[in-house]
Design a binder for this molecule. Structure first.
Ligand code: SME
Length: 138
């Protein structure tokens, strides 16, 4: 079985690859359910450091996805009321949940400095990435 550090290294490598290869993916990170608590905790990421290590369920785009179990594509973050800003350069965000045995255990969160950059191809691709991540951490 994989050690925890090895899993985190692999998750960070996935973040690095996505941020490097896709020009409009500018911050790429994972949030995971924090034990039994109704909150998310920041996992491996690349991009600007964020103050938002813990996000309560329901709060921000990430916290909403923790409850809705649905993809959340935000073409324009300035139009969102329930949004947690990490950087003033961010224009758009996409969050895709990660399911293990049908349970929403976390998510991949991507910020873009380009307005309205995400389409259905990003959703399908990131769903595929999340399925691979689910197998890695299960
Ligand atoms: N913008 C997110 C918070 C996480 S940062 O983007 C890294 C949100 O509204 O939930």
């Amino acid at each position: 079985s994989q050690s925890e550090s090895s899993i985190d290294e692999r998750l960070r490598a996935i973040c690095e690859l996505l941020e490097k290869e896709i020009t409009y993916y500018n911050w790429v990170g994972f949030y995971f359910k924090n034990g039994d608590k109704n909150e998310l905790k920041l996992g491996p990421y690349v991009g600007e450091p964020t103050d938002h290590i813990i996000i309560p369920f329901g709060k921000g785009i990430c916290g909403q996805v923790a409850i809705s179990n649905q993809n959340f594509v935000v073409p324009d973050v300035s139009a969102q009321d329930n949004y947690i800003a990490c950087s003033i350069t961010v224009k758009a965000e996409i969050v895709i949940p990660i399911f293990v045995n049908g349970e929403n255990i976390g998510q991949i969160d991507i910020d873009s400095n380009t307005p309205n950059p995400f389409n259905e191809e990003d959703e399908r691709f990131l769903e595929f990435v999340c399925e691979k991540v689910a197998k890695l951490i299960a």
